[in-house]
Design a protein around this ligand. Structure first.
Ligand SMILES: [Zn+2]
Length: 227
């Protein structure tokens, strides 16, 4: 693992970090790197209310908040910021206000690395709104002073457009923390997690990938996709 001064992780929903980033988060924390996770909403509009139903619209935010705290605990996160925006509304948030919220975090924490979604390749409107705000906030900083920006991308056309991710981290040492983090978000992750864990049992390489490597793209400032 590379050495970082401070890592700032920014996602809109509790569980956005679970599958793609929780191993990286845990690895940084295990090596003593200060890390802040800013989660913009409580995912209160999450589709999954369970069968049988375990939640109502009213109780879901509380449940997901508890899950997020449990996941933070599993990853060893001590600086968890719940930013209090409303789920499924980020695309309608004032761009300036959201960008400012992220600029304020960057100014306070002075991270050397920011991790979020790749604009244009993160599928959900809340993910895209977050990705755009992160790019705008980082872009305001002079290139020589900017933190690195590592992005998750998973749209179908990602490989065709962006090629292979330039960052691949070995997270095998954080396997247990990652599985615990994925378990913490069980209201949203149950089905996928079951598939992964069944695969791990039989050494299926595709399943093992989830607990051995995480991949990111460095944001390409030369081909900036954000207005
Ligand atoms: Zn999400």
């Amino acid at each position: 693992m590379e050495q970082e001064k401070h890592v700032l992780v920014i996602f809109p929903h509790p569980d956005d970090e679970a599958f793609g980033v929780s191993g990286t988060i845990s690895s940084f924390i295990k090596q003593g790197t200060p890390l802040t996770y800013a989660c913009l909403t409580l995912g209160e509009m999450g589709r999954n209310l369970g069968t049988p139903t375990f939640a109502t619209r009213e109780s879901l935010p509380g449940i997901r908040k508890q899950e997020l705290l449990k996941a933070a605990n599993a990853m060893g996160i001590t600086d968890m910021r719940m930013m209090g925006l409303r789920d499924k509304t980020l695309e309608f948030e004032d761009d300036e206000a959201m960008t400012q919220m992220i600029s304020d975090l960057i100014e306070e924490l002075d991270p050397s690395l920011v991790i979020s979604f790749y604009p244009g390749y993160s599928v959900h409107p809340d993910h895209e709104a977050t990705a755009r705000a992160v790019v705008r906030a980082v872009r305001k900083i002079a290139p020589s002073e900017r933190p690195k920006l590592h992005c998750l991308a998973f749209a179908n056309n990602t490989y065709d457009d962006l090629g292979h991710p330039d960052i691949e981290r070995n997270i095998a040492d954080a396997k247990d923390e990652k599985l615990n983090a994925m378990h913490a978000h069980i209201s949203q992750t149950a089905r996928w997690l079951e598939m992964i864990e069944e695969g791990i049992k039989v050494n299926d390489p595709e399943a093992l990938k989830w607990v051995t490597t995480e991949q990111f793209y460095s944001y390409d400032w030369e081909n900036d996709l954000v207005e």
